[in-house]
Write a protein that binds this ligand. Structure first.
Ligand code: C2E
Ligand code: MG
Ligand code: MG
Ligand code: MG
Length: 277
């Protein structure tokens, strides 16, 4: 099932398949070279408590700038990284970079600041994942309770037993777990309860539905209510307007991430952004 999930990120078989495979292989080599030559970097998007408009944490997001100065969007290269297995090493590097930045921020006085890191299926189900998490926490001295791993709902469905076990061990280490893009992956509600995660991230698509004109955001509202009855935290992704922020707060959702507050920032820009707040 893991395989078919990975494959689903690619287009269907076509007469252009030969070209597409060549293009993918080319991208894979380019990505590996970029990783080795340190042309990948991590940006940080603040996560806000909408009541105070203060940042409580950030999400680490990977960026790839090619030699000719172009940015390749993560939605294009993350699937290649997953498919080729490169995501295991790259993901570990993102985790370690984010933990180092977390510690820097704590030392600059932003104590209690949290850091969220995306973890993909291939990484999460790798036999050495827990070891690499342990090592990252140990080497960076990042407090585990300030580190949050974002997994997706579809991962929650591939291998429930492995997932429950891995989540249990992440909890033992003291780290937090959230479900990214929540609402898009059709996971069963009883399953969700068993997973014992700390937070749901409302997918941007449902925040988008909160518009001045038509949508009232009924799915976003439902997800907030679900989080309340499961007694877990909830954050909205992709908040772009005051109206969306106000509506989400009226639903009882107080955490948000989105262009209304800040775009993903380089670590230098994050520091100056935080200092100005
Ligand atoms: P995600 O984890 O759901 O990250 C949120 C995405 O929404 C980011 O896109 C962010 O830049 C974008 N975003 C935030 N606020 C707004 C907003 O107000 N409006 C709009 N239109 N977009 C907003 P990004 O950085 O392009 O990343 C896309 C996806 O790539 C991520 O979605 C995540 O699934 C994946 N990704 C990024 N970095 C990593 C990584 O280090 N590891 C793994 N495994 N996946 C990653
Ligand atoms: Mg995420
Ligand atoms: Mg998301
Ligand atoms: Mg996404």
């Amino acid at each position: 099932r893991a395989k078919s999930h990975q494959r689903s990120s690619f287009s269907y078989f076509t007469v252009d398949m030969g070209v597409e495979i060549r293009e993918r292989v080319r991208m894979m080599h380019a990505l590996r070279a970029a990783f080795e030559n340190e042309r990948l970097f991590v940006v940080y998007q603040p996560q806000i408590d909408m009541r105070t408009e203060r940042a409580v944490g950030a999400e680490a997001l990977l960026r790839w700038k090619t030699e000719d100065g172009q940015f390749v969007p993560p939605d294009q290269f993350i699937p290649i990284a997953e498919y080729s297995g490169l995501i295991v090493d790259i993901g570990e590097w993102v985790l370690r970079s984010a933990c180092f930045e977390l510690i820097e921020l704590h030392q600059l006085g932003f104590t209690d600041f949290k850091m969220a890191v995306n973890v993909s299926q291939a990484q999460f189900s790798h036999p050495l994942f827990l070891e690499s998490l342990k090592r990252a926490l140990h080497d960076t001295k990042a407090p585990a309770h300030c580190v949050e791993l974002e997994i997706t709902e579809s991962m929650a469905m591939t291998d429930p037993e492995l997932l429950i076990q891995t989540l249990f061990q992440i909890k033992q280490l003291g780290a937090q777990v959230s479900i990214d893009d929540f609402g898009t992956g059709f996971s069963s509600l009883s399953h969700l309860q068993k997973l014992n995660v700390d937070k749901l991230k409302i997918d941007r698509a449902f925040v988008n539905e909160i518009s001045d004109k038509s949508g009232e955001g009924s799915i976003a509202k439902m997800i907030v209510q679900l989080s309340q009855s499961l007694n877990i935290k909830v954050i909205a992704e992709g908040v772009e307007t005051e109206h969306q922020a106000d509506t989400l707060m009226s639903f009882g959702c107080h955490l948000a991430q989105g262009y209304l507050y800040a775009r993903p920032l380089t670590k230098e820009d994050l520091r100056s952004w935080l200092a100005k707040k």
